[in-house]
Every structure is written in C-alpha cells, then in structure tokens.
Design a protein around this ligand. Structure first.
Ligand code: FE2
Ligand code: FE2
Length: 347
C-alpha cells in the first residue's frame, strides 16, 4: 500500500474526519486549506487521489482543476479527483465532469465515501472491477426468435400509426416495468423508423430484438430499469443508491451488449443499440458519454423512443406535443431532430 491522498478543503474539521475515515487506505494523507497550499503540494508530491471541495474560502476549487489542466507536465495531471461539496455548481460539473472520478455531496454517508474511494483506488469503477452480475437472456434463443417473428408480423400490420398512438395501452399499475415498457418501446421505435422510411423487415426486426434485450441485466431490478438520467444526474444519485446499484445501472448496457455479441442468431447492430441506449447527444449520457457523431442512427431512434416511453409511463396525461416541448434542448443533431420530427408527425 503506497497510496497517497491529498485533501483540499477549507474546513479543518472535515479534513480531520476524512483523515480518520480514510487513513487506513493510504500510506500518507496530506491536506491543503487553500489553493496556494494545494498547488505547492501538487508540485512536491505524487498523489493517488485528490479529494476536492469546490467551494473554498472566497476562491473556487475549480482552480485546482484548471491548474492541473494548464500544467500538463505536472506529475498529478492524471490523478483521479473526487469532488466533495455541500453546494454543487452545475455549470462547473458540466464543464469539468470528465475530469472527476466521483462526486459526493456533503453531508455524506461514511460508508459510501469509503466504498467510493476504495472503488476509485481499485480502478475507477470500470467494469473490470465489478463483480459481474448475472446477465441472462429472458428467453431461450429459439423462443426469442419466435417471439420476435410474431411481434414483427404485428408491427408490419401497424399501418395506421396515429391510431396506434391514440389507443396505446399503458399499464402503470404493473410492477413489471421491464416487460411493460418493452411493448411500448417496440411500437414507438418501429413507428418512428417507419415514419423515417427505415422500415425494411430487417431493420424493424433489430428494434424488436433491442427492445426485448436492452435491460436484461436489470431483469431482477425493475426499480433500477426505471432510471432515466444523464451521467451527472446518475453520479449525483450514487450516494443514495449505494455503489453496487450504481455500478449495475452504469454497466447494464455493456453487460447486455456483450451477451448479445455472443449470440450469432441476433442481427448485427442490435448490440450497438443496446450499448448506447442511455447515451445522449451532448456527451452527457452513460456509460461512454459518446459525442453525437458516435451514436448510430438506429441508436438515435431507439434512444428517443426509450425516452418518450419513459415519459408516457410516468405521465398519465401524456401528449406528444408536451413531450416535444419539454425535450427541445435534449435531443440536438440531425439524426435526433429527424426522430423528433417523425414523432411529432406520429402524434
Ligand atoms: Fe429500458
Ligand atoms: Fe436501460
């Protein structure tokens, strides 16, 4: 154990609490009460983790990040930074979030802080370090193929999409969120694709597979499957959820996509849709924070359909018009705006 921690906080009491809680995880714990001290320590030592309060006395802790970014030769330039703050400045987070290994809001739970730090030290909460949860197909492959074929026959008959939308049944009382939203997702995704004239049988089939399989890693946890968040919102929920649930939500797209890639009967493109179903066009989705250009056109349809279905399930008084008004800024970029226009025409 040769790890060193730097705590940057203007509150000596917090520093002392952190020293007691985290002391066993590090060979040395150092602290800085202000930016000048912090910069000095960063020049003198190599740290394994920086815990940073972003609201330092009359100064902004973001300057530590700026200092590291503007001094690329600094030996701590790649050091993970865990933000610990009572007031989260959203603008700051948006701007620098890629630089953070985690965000914890004060007052924090001791157990969660220790788990988060252990996780960062163990390798930045990547999938390699997770206990790999079971991710099983909800059906056998032949059963899945049979179900997809049946649904596809039905989808091809949905020629009056407006009518389909107006009669769409939503079971909000059911505990089975996953299977309930799968049915809606098939209708909405194939509806948008048809409007965009991406409606060859092969393409529609891909949406049906993706709808059935995208949340299969959460099959036992419909409560987690309901989470629709940006990467930052999810990060802010970590404290409350606990690290294991957070990791499961964060990784469920990759777990399902990997499983799909092992099944040759499932058409190509399905795994990309599943892997990307929580990405968002402004690099603020998860797990990869993909930029707009890396999200495939089919994934864009699936992402918009999935978001819209979540809106329908949570709003008994849903309307396409209200949904579009509320998501104007969320889905930017040519593919996404095409999907929104298609949805508008459907509604
Ligand atoms: Fe889902
Ligand atoms: Fe999901």
């Amino acid at each position: 154990m040769d790890k060193r921690l730097l705590i940057i906080d203007d509150n000596q009491d917090i520093i002392e609490v952190l020293q007691v809680l985290l002391g066993d995880l590090f060979i040395k714990v150092e602290s800085a009460l202000n930016l000048e001290e912090a910069e000095k320590k960063l020049q003198e030592n190599i740290f394994s983790l920086i815990i940073l309060d972003i609201n330092l006395n009359e100064r902004n802790g973001a300057e530590v990040i700026k200092y590291l970014l503007s001094n690329p030769e600094n030996q701590n330039n790649a050091c993970p930074v865990l933000i610990l703050s009572g007031i989260i400045n959203n603008q700051f987070i948006e701007k620098h979030s890629k630089r953070f290994a985690g965000i914890i809001i004060k007052p924090f739970e001791e157990k969660n802080l220790i788990e988060t730090v252990q996780n960062i030290l163990g390798g930045n909460s990547s999938s390699e370090d997770l206990p790999v949860p079971d991710c099983k197909l909800p059906f056998t492959v032949p059963m899945l193929q049979e179900k997809v074929a049946k649904v596809l026959d039905q989808v091809k008959k949905n020629n009056n999409l407006k009518k389909l939308f107006s009669t769409m049944k939503v079971d909000r009382t059911s505990d089975d969120y996953i299977m309930n939203h799968v049915g809606l997702l098939i209708n909405v995704a194939t509806g948008i694709a048809t409007k965009l004239e991406w409606n060859t049988e092969k393409t529609l089939e891909k949406f049906v597979y993706a709808a059935y399989l995208h949340d299969m890693a959460l099959i036992e946890r419909p409560d987690l499957a309901r989470i629709h968040a940006t990467a930052i919102e999810l990060e802010l929920m970590k404290d409350k959820m606990g690290i294991n649930d957070y990791n499961l939500v964060f990784e469920h797209t990759n777990l399902a996509a990997k499983k799909i890639e092992d099944i040759p009967e499932i058409p190509p493109d399905v795994s990309a849709m599943v892997r990307q179903h929580h990405e968002l066009p402004k690099e603020n989705g998860y797990p990869a924070r993909l930029p707009y250009g890396k999200i495939t056109p089919l994934s864009s349809v699936f992402i918009v359909a999935h978001d819209f279905v979540d809106y329908i399930v949570s709003n008994p008084k849903w309307s396409v018009k209200d949904y579009i008004a509320g998501t104007k800024n969320k889905f930017r970029g040519p593919h996404f705006s095409k999907c929104i226009s298609a949805l508008q025409e459907l509604g």
